[in-house]
Design a protein around this ligand. Structure first.
Ligand code: TMP
Length: 209
C-alpha cells in the first residue's frame, strides 16, 4: 500500500520597507501557528542557507550595479528554494519567510529602477511554479520607518538610502498588493505593536490557506 500523501505546507511571506516592523512580528505568527499544531519554519531572504547568508553579506554591504544586485538576490533565492523552501513545503511544514520575490520587485524595480520585465524573467526561471500562499505587507510611511531605523542600529547599504527611495519601494509594494488582492494582506505598520499583533492573531485564526 502506498504511504498517505503528505499535504503540502503553506508558504507565507512577510514584506515591507526597512523599519516597517515586519521582523518583530514573524515570531508571534509562528507561535500562533505552532499553538494550532502547525510545524512552522522561519527563514529569510536574502539568506536562509550558507550560500544565501554569504550573498546577503555581500549584497547589503558592497557597492554593486543594480543588475548584479538583482541577480544575487535570485541566486540566493534559487539556493533557498532548492535546499529549504521546497523540501519543507513537500514535507508538510509551513514556511514563514522574511521577504521573497516581491522584495525584488519593490527594491530593485521600484527603488533602483530595474525593468520589471527582467525581474519577471528571473522569477519565471527560478520559481515558475511557486508563489506564496499569503503575503503580509507591513505598510508604513517612509518617514516613520526612518525614525525607527535611526533609533535601532547603524544603517546597511539599503537602510542608508534616502526617504524618496523608500517611497518608491513602498509604492511598488502597494502596486503589487493591488494587483494580487487574493494573496496580499496589508497591515498598518504604524499602529501600536499590540494592535498589529492582535490583527495578525485574528488573521491566522481565520486564514485557511
Ligand atoms: P532585511 O533587513 O529585511 O532582512 O532585508 C535585507 C535587505 O535586503 C533589505 O534592505 C531589503 C533588501 N532586499 C532587496 O533589496 N531585494 C530582495 O529581493 C530582498 C529579498 C531583500
Amino acid at each position: 500500500m502506498l504511504p498517505p500523501m503528505t499535504e503540502r505546507g503553506r508558504f507565507i511571506t512577510f514584506e515591507g520597507i526597512d523599519g516597517s516592523g515586519k521582523s518583530t512580528h514573524i515570531d508571534a505568527v509562528a507561535e500562533a501557528l505552532r499553538a494550532r499544531g502547525v510545524t512552522a519554519r522561519l527563514t529569510r531572504e536574502p539568506g536562509g542557507t550558507p550560500i544565501g547568508e554569504s550573498l546577503r553579506e555581500l549584497v547589503i554591504n558592497q557597492a554593486m550595479t543594480r543588475e548584479t544586485e538583482t541577480m544575487l538576490m535570485f541566486a540566493a533565492r534559487a539556493e533557498h528554494l532548492a535546499r529549504v523552501i521546497r523540501p519543507a513545503l513537500a514535507a508538510g511544514q509551513w514556511i514563514l519567510c522574511d521577504r521573497f520575490t516581491d522584495a525584488t520587485y519593490a527594491y530593485q524595480a521600484g527603488g533602483r529602477g530595474v525593468d520589471e520585465r527582467s525581474i519577471a524573467e528571473l522569477e519565471q526561471w527560478v520559481h515558475p511554479d511557486l508563489q506564496p500562499d499569503l503575503t503580509i505587507l507591513f505598510d508604513v510611511a517612509p518617514e516613520v520607518a526612518a525614525k525607527r531605523l535611526a533609533r535601532a542600529r547603524s544603517a546597511d547599504r539599503f537602510e542608508a538610502e534616502p526617504i524618496a527611495f523608500f517611497g518608491a519601494v513602498r509604492a511598488m509594494y502597494l502596486k503589487r498588493a493591488a494587483a494580487n488582492p487574493a494573496r496580499f494582506v496589508i497591515v498598518d505598520g504604524e499602529q501600536a505593536p499590540e494592535s498589529v499583533r492582535e490583527q495578525l492573531d485574528h488573521l491566522m485564526r481565520q486564514w485557511n490557506g
